[in-house]
Design a protein around this ligand. Structure first.
Ligand code: ADP
Ligand code: MG
Length: 238
């Protein structure tokens, strides 16, 4: 359903190379974390996968199909941002329903999908509230609900928890991991937080200046870091 393949993907902004040449295979159903210092290209790589930026070179396949030049909507991926990007004047129900309304789904389909997402995310009692009447964690759950109703091939998260305080962050980490277990949908998750990466990932991509330093399981990165950068970043004993 949701495998993602990058082949020699590159990206320049106005002559400045941000991603020189990345090849990466993400298997269907995996939870893959992109981790690396600020400015290393995590968001850019995610936006290239989402289709929010065009690649300068290379090929992006989703589910074995060449999607390099397709618009975001055709890729059937759901992106969740740090800033939630909720509509303040709409209720929780309206926010979650929005993508389906845009697709022209009928009311019955929408109600069912919204109720299902709300139940998965413990938002059933909040459906009539406005975003400003919610906590940060609840707002992020609404943003995730809006991603779920589209039944995407994969979820793309860009530092979704960095606006939350430390305790809530730990909770939400667990919730997103639970969600992955439930849905079994591919998730690509960007963070600069090593602990988040090590605790949530099936596999981690360690990025540095637009290059992949290592791609492996948390255990592999910890026990066999490819180089000093990975060891230093992950905090493994090398
Ligand atoms: P990260 O998410 O890892 O912090 P980004 O992918 O946001 O890093 O940015 C990687 C590099 O690309 C940075 O040097 C940033 O300034 C540059 N960059 C990102 N988006 C643009 C853009 N639209 N125009 C010019 N430079 C950009
Ligand atoms: Mg970023």
């Amino acid at each position: 359903m949701g495998s993602i393949s990058l082949q020699n993907v590159s990206k320049n902004f106005g002559g400045v190379t941000v991603i020189p040449d990345i090849s990466l295979e993400i298997e269907d159903g995996q939870f893959v974390v992109f981790v690396g210092p600020s400015g290393c290209g995590k968001s850019t790589l995610l936006r290239l996968i989402a289709g929010l930026e065009d690649v300068s070179g290379g090929v992006i396949q989703i589910d074995g199909q060449d999607m390099t030049r397709t618009a975001p909507a055709q890729r059937k991926l759901s992106m969740v941002f740090q800033s939630y990007a909720l509509y303040p004047h709409m209720s929780v129900r309206g926010n979650i329903a929005f993508p389906l309304k845009m697709e022209g789904a009928d009311k019955e389909t929408i109600d069912k999908a919204v109720n299902n997402a709300a139940s998965i995310l413990n938002l059933t009692d909040y459906l009539d509230r406005k975003p400003r009447q919610l906590s940060g964690g609840q707002r992020q759950r609404v943003a995730i609900g809006r991603a779920i109703v589209r039944q995407p091939k994969a979820f793309l998260f860009d530092e979704p928890l960095s606006n939350l305080d430390a305790a809530l962050r730990v909770n939400m980490r667990l919730e997103i991991s639970e969600l992955h277990k439930k849905l079994k949908t591919t998730m690509v998750y960007v963070t600069h937080d090593q602990v988040e990466a090590m605790t949530m990932a099936d596999k981690i991509v360690v990025l540095n200046a637009g290059n992949i330093e290592q791609y492996g399981t948390p255990l592999e990165l910890y026990t066999k870091p490819a180089n000093r950068f990975v060891a230093g970043f992950i905090g493994s004993p090398r």
